[in-house]
Design a protein around this ligand. Structure first.
Ligand SMILES: Cc1cc2nc3c(=O)[nH]c(=O)nc-3n(C[C@H](O)[C@H](O)[C@H](O)COP(=O)(O)O)c2cc1C
Length: 218
């Protein structure tokens, strides 16, 4: 292999052959219990769990290893209140004026509307930003793909630590730069309230496509 970087031995993460299927099954079974939760308990989340989950997310592969992500972890109640107020302003405009009838029809079964109490009720909210070219940051490649993979890692890490998440995408998202004190070259990608589900939390009774519908074996 020819590379301008010094090289190190590839880290080993060896799983004995006889354990591989059981581990793959256990992971898939655990992930099958992840649901988007919209009602959170007030019970606080251990800060270290979030720290480790963000650390896991930041190990994601990225285009040219530029790691074009930023994770803003908000636990301060006053900041969450401002986040909610700004998000509800933007969302009211979306639901009442900008969303197409088709879009509203797709959202209807989920029962979502402009109200976002979870932004204040969840004990933590992680706002993930894409980092673009700026005074101190290079032009990144495959930003959406890279940040999407990192968010996937983050959701999986939080879930396996027993925390519930909501993948929330307010539209538009520019207000998040101000609320999160991030510069122009950073663009919000997703807002993730994190916490424990409220005792009476309910989720839509949805199904997932069976493997034979989503897998093509050649
Ligand atoms: C990119 C993306 C954006 C989403 N945006 C929202 C959102 O703004 N508000 C919301 O309540 N749910 C949102 N969701 C959650 C989806 O509605 C949810 O993942 C889907 O209905 C499947 O349910 P599950 O996550 O419980 O399996 C979003 C999910 C994704 C992947």
């Amino acid at each position: 292999m020819s590379t301008p970087y010094p090289v190190v031995p590839a880290p080993r993460f060896d799983v004995p052959g006889e354990q591989a299927v059981a581990r793959a099954r256990a992971f898939a079974d655990a992930m099958a219990l992840r649901r988007t939760v919209r009602d959170f308990a007030s019970r606080p989340v251990p800060p270290e769990v979030i720290d480790h989950a963000v650390r896991a997310a930041a190990t994601a592969p990225s285009g040219a290893n530029l790691q074009p992500w930023r994770f803003v972890v908000i636990t301060d109640p006053e900041r969450k209140r401002r986040l909610r107020a700004a998000a509800e302003d933007a969302e009211r405009e979306f639901y009442e004026r900008r969303a197409s009838p088709e879009w509203l029809a797709a959202l209807a079964p989920l029962g979502t509307d402009w109200r976002k109490p979870f932004l204040e009720e969840a004990p933590a909210v992680i706002v993930v930003f894409e980092v673009h070219k700026g005074p101190h940051t290079p032009r990144p490649y495959y930003v959406k793909e890279s940040v999407g993979i990192a968010v996937g890692f983050l959701l999986a890490a939080l879930h396996q630590a027993g925390l519930a998440t909501l993948t929330h995408t307010p539209s538009p998202m520019r207000f998040l730069n101000e609320v999160c004190e991030r510069p122009q070259e950073e663009r919000a990608y997703v807002v993730i309230p994190v916490g424990y589900p409220a005792d009476d939390a309910m989720v839509p009774d949805i199904t997932r496509k069976p493997a034979e519908e989503v897998v093509v074996r050649l």
